[in-house]
Structure formats: C-alpha cells, structure tokens
Design a protein around this ligand. Structure first.
Ligand code: C5P
Length: 239
C-alpha cells in the first residue's frame, strides 16, 4: 500500500489515508503532552519506542484472539492499521490505585485493589475527558449498551493477558487506557496504542516507574524508561 494525504494530526500521531480504503498509515511522533495538553514537551525517540512497543503488544493480543486494528509495522516509527471510527470513550482498567483514582478517592498510590476496576472517560478535549458512567454513554449515544458490554469484556481480557505478559518481564501493570473503534461493517476492534504513554508500568523489584509518569512528574530518565520497556517486550525484533 502507498501513503496518501494527511487525514488527522493528533498530540502523539499523524494519520494518513492509503491506497487501500480500509487501511490507515500511522506515524508516531516524539511530541509529548500531559494534563490535557497543559504540559508540553518532547521525549527523544518516543515515536519509535511507542510504535515498536505497541506493535509488540498488539501482536501478542492478536495471538491471544483479541480483535484489534493492528496490521503490521511499516518502519521504526510507522505502522499500518485497519480504518475504524473511534468510539469517543476511553476505557481505563486499574489493578493498583494510582493517578486520578488515588487522588479522587484519597487512596495511597500502589494500594493493590481487591479486583480490577474499570472506568469510562468521555473523550472530549474541551471538557478535559471527564469520568462518566454507563448511563451517560447511553444517553449521549456514545456507544450502545451491547458495545459497552463488549468493551468491558475485552478490556478485562486484555488486562488478564497483559498483566501476565508484563509479569513475565518483571513489570507490574498498574493501570492502562484502551480505545475502541468501529469498522465500516460495524465490527468493534481494539484500536489506538498501548504503550508507556497509555499504561502505568512499574518494575516488579524496585517499583521504579517505567512510563509517562516520569514526564508528567518531572522525574527524569524518561527516554531510559521507554527504552527499558522496549527492551523487555523484545520490540526491536519486530521491525
Ligand atoms: O490519569 P489516570 O490515573 O486516570 O490514568 C489512568 C491510566 O490511563 C494511566 O495508565 C494513563 O497513562 C492512561 N491515560 C491515557 N490517556 C488519557 C488518560 C489516562 O492513556 N487521556
């Protein structure tokens, strides 16, 4: 397939149409934002790290039977994906309390939750991606109740698969965010990216943060953390 016009440029990616109507060409950028765009910067090599890490994780999910948009890598910072209409709902799964949940509920960061917790956020920059409940998704028409059930089932399955996958690499999957999309024929696919930008990943032994919290909280060693995750998922072997 050939790359065609720029369809969309977001905070972390550029998306191009291709000669195949059903496929999109995604270019991962080094730009980093946090707190709904209030904090901006660049993370050297992030585009490459996230492209390769996300490809490795989606490949693992494909092998486990999770329907998703990933087709194949095109280069170290580009990949080919199925074209979908993104459902404007972010699905967050948490295993340990951290980030906004720890803050909102007054919990100690790192508290092990008795069971995985699932949250929905409305993908809307103007509103700052507010936490929403299933009734909101329904009355706003963001997704049907059947699609919500499917997203919940897939999100919990992905949590099981990736928790085990990362545990085998001495990493704790603290929490992560997923996005879903609909194909032209109405199939719901896991979409977007899964990377240190969208997951909290802690070293099992040292509990060092190996994710975007290093950028959000100015902890330093951001590039090294992404490099470490790439190394542990063996992502360099895929391109
Ligand atoms: O900030 P919060 O604790 O709600 O984030 C939960 C998880 O979702 C984190 O792993 C974070 O990286 C991810 N997330 C994301 N994109 C957002 C908000 C959160 O990838 N817009």
């Amino acid at each position: 397939v050939n790359k065609q016009g720029l369809l969309y440029e977001g905070k972390a990616k550029k998306i191009y149409t291709t000669s195949d109507e059903q496929l999109l060409w995604v270019e991962y950028k080094d730009d980093a934002t946090a707190f709904n765009g209030e904090k901006k910067g660049t993370i050297q090599g992030k585009g490459r790290f996230n492209n390769l890490i996300s490809a490795a994780l989606f490949t693992h999910l494909t092998q486990a039977g999770v329907a998703n948009h990933f087709e194949r890598l095109l280069s170290e910072h580009e990949q080919l994906v199925r074209k979908v209409r993104i459902v404007p709902v972010e699905v967050v799964v948490r295993n340990l309390a951290a980030g906004s949940m720890a803050k909102r509920l007054g919990l100690e960061e790192g508290w092990e939750l008795p069971r995985p917790v699932l949250e929905f956020y409305y993908k809307d920059d103007q509103l700052g991606d507010p936490l929403i409940i299933e009734d909101h998704i329904d009355v706003l028409g963001l997704a049907s109740p059947e699609q919500v059930e499917q997203m919940k089932t897939v999100a919990l399955k992905v949590n099981q698969l990736l928790s085990r996958y990362f545990a085998g690499r001495d990493i704790i999957l603290v929490d992560f965010k997923l996005e879903f999309g609909l194909t032209d024929d109405g199939q719901l696919l896991l979409a977007d990216e899964i990377s240190p930008d969208t997951c909290r990943l802690w070293d099992r032994h040292t509990r060092d943060k190996l994710d975007k919290d290093r950028f959000r909280r100015d902890l330093g060693g951001v590039e090294e953390a992404y490099q470490e995750i790439l190394k542990r998922v063996g992502g360099e072997a895929h391109v």
